[in-house]
Design a protein around this ligand. Structure first.
Ligand code: BES
Ligand code: ZN
Length: 585
């Protein structure tokens, strides 16, 4: 394996390691604070141990006998936070860190009772990826380090606590819950959610948690999840995490989904009523192999997590919903990639990222996902699916519960799949280390979407709204995408009269529709757009809306929406939007 240096962690990766966490925590909703003792089991190598932390108040650090250990703290910057240096000796087997969170830890969102559906209890949830675990847990916060954990969490009576671990299915009468995660995981997969959640069974190893108001709709939407697990297993080997459950998050959840092991966190905005957006579940499930089992060693290797997962997601979708469906997803992915290549500075289009000194959260985008996907698709096309599948299965088997660098992967690829000639014809080095796209990319091929492209062209020319009796949600999304930059207010009005996009229940349609409305200044959608942007914290939706408003010189409007939305946003989304305004000043 190649030597790892992680630019986003202060931990000494070749020093003393933390192998197991025992977390004892109390969740205080009144003071919005977590008070905890993190007891880490050590694998001793050196006398100094450096942990990552961001905004924690450390009260004491003791060894397994209760003796105080000397330590030193230092704040470095707001992105990485700082470090805690603890002085050990070879007799120290465990360290118990007593600490509490201060104001606004970057991973946490606390929602008031009136910000929930049920309006009976508040909600707390975490989002640790990429480097935010350290804002609620002192740890070696590098994806190259794994540990097992157990936890005891005390929450107010009447609330359910859930973690990325073995989970309860019912509320406990005293508000105390215990958890255990027996498979070693990296810190970015540490997760906690506390709220008025209910559980509903899907299969004997899968189910849905949600607020009671949403549980039935969510259960229907995600009823294919067992089929997805079976499809995934048939492709790349057994599911190694025992259960796979979903937790439906409040609409402020900053991402579409987060692959917390055993318990994917999923945005409620994928519940469209017709399963049209469930590829997101296939994506998070796929991370149970690519990401959670075989993990990117640093955030510069992030494409190993996401590119593989998009590839795997599309294979799952193909098995369940057919090739034509998967090719539509591939085409959406391709267009996103081309869009990104046309707008990003060249050095940000390199697959092996250079995030040193940058916030890895700002680098989440089409390069790691879509360029990564098309690289793998191009290899598949070159060697044929049978050999590629065999190779991937072996890759997961070889590196399970390990972290890999891009270079580890390339060595494995060379040793197990590609002959010199294939390697050169694919142009592997260019795919990984050079900007833009090599010429031999395996392009998508969707006949349905070709028809949509023609429909869009003809609509723009004739101004006659197309007949769409059999269009699915994906086709509508693609149709709207094909109008971007070309449509005017009158055409928006025609479309809205016919399809009522402004009232759409499909969040992907709605979010893209709003971009067209801002572009053309189509006012009847303004109220719905504001409401959507205030209530939804999903970064993928709201950032393009703010950007479009800024582009159209609607800065005052954008700011007033942000003002109303701010209290609903998770810190991740809040900071991303705030950055847009800093840039416009
Ligand atoms: N792991 C990511 C989310 C993430 C990445 C959070 C980096 C923080 C830092 C998750 O699996 C993901 O990719 N979510 C996507 C959905 C997916 C279908 C492309 C999202 O949230 O939109
Ligand atoms: Zn992902």
């Amino acid at each position: 394996m190649n030597q790892i240096t992680d630019p986003h962690s202060f931990a000494d990766l070749s020093g003393t390691r933390l192998t197991h966490l025992d977390w004892d925590a109390e969740i205080d909703f009144i003071h919005r604070k977590i008070k905890a003792v993190a007891t880490w089991t050590l694998e001793y190598k050196k006398d100094t141990l450096v942990l990552d932390e961001n905004g924690l108040r450390i009260l004491s650090i003791k060894d397994q006998n209760g003796h105080l250990l000397p330590f030193e703290e230092h704040e470095v910057d707001t992105v990485r936070g700082g470090w805690i240096k603890i002085v050990l000796n070879p007799k120290v087997q465990k360290i118990a860190i007593e600490y509490e969170t201060l104001e606004h830890p970057a991973a946490l969102q606390w929602l008031e009772v009136n910000q929930t559906l049920g309006k009976r209890y508040p909600i707390l949830f975490t989002q640790s990826q990429a480097i935010l675990a350290r804002s609620w847990l002192p740890c070696m916060d590098s994806p190259s380090i794994r540990f097992t954990y157990s936890a005891r969490v005390k929450v107010p009576k009447g609330m359910l606590a859930l973690m990325s671990a073995e989970n309860p299915q019912e509320k406990s009468p005293d508000g105390i819950y215990t958890f255990s995660m027996k498979q070693p995981i990296p810190s970015y997969l540490m997760a906690l959610a506390v709220g008025d959640f209910e559980f509903k069974v899907v299969s004997d190893r899968s189910g849905i948690y949600a607020e009671p108001e949403l549980i039935d709709a969510a259960h229907q939407e995600f009823s294919d999840v067992e089929k997805m697990i079976l499809a995934a297993e048939s492709l790349y080997g057994p599911y190694l995490w025992d259960r796979y459950d979903l937790l439906v998050m409040p609409p402020s959840f900053p991402f579409g989904g987060m692959e917390n092991p055993r318990l994917t966190f999923v945005t409620p905005t994928v519940i469209a009523g017709d399963k049209s957006l469930v590829s997101l579940v296939a994506h998070e499930l796929a991370h149970s192999w690519s990401g959670n089992l075989v993990t990117n060693a640093t955030w510069n290797d992030f494409w190993l997590n996401e590119g593989f997962t998009v590839y795997f997601e599309l294979r799952i979708m193909e098995q369940i919903y057919g090739v034509e469906y998967a090719e539509m997803l591939a085409q959406l992915s391709y267009n996103e990639l081309i869009g990104a290549l046309n707008t990003l500075p060249p050095d940000e289009t390199i697959l092996k990222a250079k995030l040193d000194g940058k916030n890895p959260d700002d680098a989440v985008g089409p390069i790691a996902y879509e360029k990564g996907y098309f690289f793998l698709r191009t290899i598949e096309k070159k060697v044929g699916r049978r050999f590629f599948d065999e190779f991937l299965k072996k890759y997961f088997e070889t590196y399970k519960f390990k972290s890999v660098t891009t270079e580890d992967f390339l060595e494995f690829l060379k040793a197990n799949l590609l002959k010199k000639k294939d390697w050169e014809e694919i142009n592997v080095e260019a795919w990984i280390y050079e900007p833009g796209l090599p010429p031999n990319i395996a392009k998508p091929n969707s006949t349905k979407f070709s028809a949509i492209e023609s429909a869009a062209v003809s609509f723009l020319k004739t101004k006659i709204v197309p007949v769409t009796n059999r269009w699915t949600a994906l086709e509508f999304i693609y149709f709207l995408q094909n109008l971007k930059g070309k449509i005017d207010e009158e055409l928006c009005k025609k479309l809205d009269n016919q399809f009522h996009f402004t009232q759409s229940k499909n969040s992907e349609i709605l979010a893209f529709w709003f971009l067209l409305c801002i572009e053309t200044n189509y006012k009847p959608a303004l109220g719905a757009m504001k409401q959507f942007t205030i209530q939804t914290g999903r970064r993928k939706f709201v950032i393009p809306i703010y950007k479009e408003l800024i582009k159209k010189n609607q800065i005052q409007l954008a700011k007033s929406i942000f003002k109303d939305a701010a209290k609903n946003y998770h810190p991740i989304t809040y900071n991303s939007v705030a950055q847009l305004f800093d840039k416009t000043l």
